[in-house]
Design a protein around this ligand. Structure first.
Ligand code: KIV
Ligand code: ZN
Length: 518
């Protein structure tokens, strides 16, 4: 259902503040700077760079980001007391996000103050920041569980004290779209400055609540890349942006083609892996395995894709597996430069289904070798081969790997690298050598124990991609996780090298229109 909304919604990104409050996540100053630059490229209106009072490093990060001169507005978070606000002022930021809790629950058990005390502190905090020339966005923390009349009184008072924007946080994600919309409409009709919404995902409703909030009159949404944030996280930027713009016709200034890469960057720097079925940016968001779906997508992508993957910087993938059909497998084989007869194709599909029935995945490299086997073709020679490999790891030792690869006419090259662990070190050393031939990067790495015990077999699955957009999945099984990782990586790299040498491109499905098909 479409609604006509020509309004522009501002995107306030809080990946570097609320996103960093994800349990176990802590960005270095350099990582924060890198993410801030990526957010600016993405086109966010505001970046909440951090909470300066938290630590020296945090203060330094906010200062540094502020000095970058980015086109996005830079905010810092602060409670309403002078000490916090002074720390924020010392960062030279022009914008403050001030907050104090207002629900009786928080006042009684956390702050141990009365409603009147909270109101006075809110007003004096806003006045203090304003007196220092800072623009203020004010949040009544736990707004959705705050007494409505008191909440309105707080917002009206801080508006009078000079707050330029009022944020309505659903701090523990207990709002529903209907209740949140009602609250926002009520506040909208009694307040004058722009409103913002800040939703948490405890019941999986953060995006729905944020959308309900902007439909009800808010002008800005607080979001994080990959939905990072406290507990179950915040509203995901990529999901909110795509739903608000495509399903509700709001305008947002985001360059959506950068969503996938920005998501990967944040996943890498936060060390929070994305679930494969994450909407918009998950690995499976544009992957198709079942025969019915691949058949449809190969004829007309819109049959099973609500948007084009290119629109968010992602790629479509057809995946072999037990649900696959002949159309999908054949298109994958074409991409591998193979042209099986109808009878051979039938046998290849049969084999893929048998492997799937055993609960095993079928990677691109597996499909290539199954098909060659059935078609009676010679196995392709690997372009790169490992000739020597040594890995050192331990206590008080930086994990280090040295690798010698042979290639082409038996030329060899050796590289040593350090890493955060032995697998990281060895994969980096391999890439150092292969980079000279093709810039092949590791897109995905997964490891699973196939059996129990210390002698368990591990299965490593990798997905690699080169600078021409060739993507290849490969796997290897072994008891030694370093060697299994090396084999999987080499399988993937070799598959890509062979595609390049044979000049086979990834399957190109007919360019589709970017129109919606709903
Ligand atoms: O969720 C929340 O209430 C917050 C506040 C700091 C606005 O993150
Ligand atoms: Zn929050």
């Amino acid at each position: 259902m479409h609604q006509a909304n020509s309004k522009t919604i501002r995107i306030f990104d809080t990946t570097l503040r609320d996103g960093e409050q994800t349990p176990g996540v802590s960005f270095t100053v350099e990582a924060k700077v890198e993410i801030a630059k990526a957010l600016e490229r993405l086109g966010v209106d505001a970046i909440e760079a951090g909470f300066p009072i938290v630590s020296e490093g945090e203060l330094e990060a906010v200062r540094k980001i502020n000095r970058l001169g980015l086109s996005s507005e830079i905010y810092a978070l602060s409670r309403v007391n002078k000490k916090d606000i002074d720390a924020l002022i010392s960062c030279d930021v022009a914008h403050a996000h001030l907050f104090i809790a207002t629900s009786d629950l928080h006042l009684k058990y956390k702050l141990k103050i009365s409603r009147e005390d909270a109101l006075d502190s809110a007003i004096s905090g806003v006045e203090y920041a304003k007196a220092h020339g800072i623009k203020v966005e004010f949040s009544a923390e736990d707004a959705t569980r705050t007494d409505r009349d008191f909440l309105l009184r707080v917002y009206q008072s801080v508006e009078e004290a000079g707050a330029e924007r009022l944020n309505i946080p659903d701090t523990v994600g207990t709002a529903t779209p209907e209740k949140f919309a009602d609250l926002i409409s009520h506040l909208r009709s009694n307040l004058h400055v722009p409103l913002s919404v800040h939703c948490h995902n405890d019941y999986g409703l953060a995006v729905a609540n944020s959308i309900a909030g902007v439909v009800a009159g808010a002008d800005q949404a607080h979001v994080t890349i990959n939905g990072l944030g406290e507990r179950a996280g915040n509203t995901s930027l990529e999901e909110f942006v795509m739903a608000a713009s495509r399903l509700y016709d709001f305008k947002v200034k985001i360059n959506t083609k950068l969503l996938y890469d920005t998501s990967r960057l944040v996943s890498k720097l936060s060390r929070v892996l994305l679930q494969p079925n994450k909407a918009i940016v998950g690995e499976n968001a544009f992957s198709h395995e079942s025969g019915i779906h691949t058949h449809g997508v190969l004829n007309m992508p819109a049959t099973y894709e609500p948007m084009s993957p290119e629109l968010v910087g992602a790629k479509r993938r057809i995946q072999a597996g037990k649900h696959a059909g002949a159309h999908g497998i054949n298109s994958q084989l074409k991409a591998l430069g193979l042209d099986p007869s109808p009878e051979e194709l039938k046998r290849i599909v049969q084999k893929v289904k048998e492997i799937g029935d055993q609960g095993k995945p079928v990677t691109d490299a597996d499909l290539d070798s199954i098909a060659r086997d059935i078609m009676g073709l010679e196995k392709r020679q690997s372009y790169f081969r490992i000739t020597d490999l040594a890995v050192i790891t331990g206590i008080n030792t930086v994990p280090t790997a040295s690798v010698r690869l042979s290639f082409g006419n038996e030329d060899t090259q050796t590289r040593a690298e350090i890493g955060v662990g032995p697998v990281d070190a060895v994969l980096k050393a391999i890439q150092q050598i292969t980079d000279r031939f093709a810039r092949i990067s590791l897109r995905e790495y997964r490891i699973e124990a196939v059996s129990g015990g210390t002698d368990a077999e591990a299965q490593v699955m990798v997905k690699v991609e080169d600078d021409r957009g060739n993507v290849c999945s490969a796997s290897a099984v072994g008891q030694d996780i370093v060697m299994a990782s090396v084999s999987a990586m080499m399988n993937g790299i070799n598959e890509i090298m062979l595609r390049r040498l044979e000049r086979i491109d990834q399957p190109k499905i007919e360019a589709e229109s970017l129109n919606r098909h709903m």
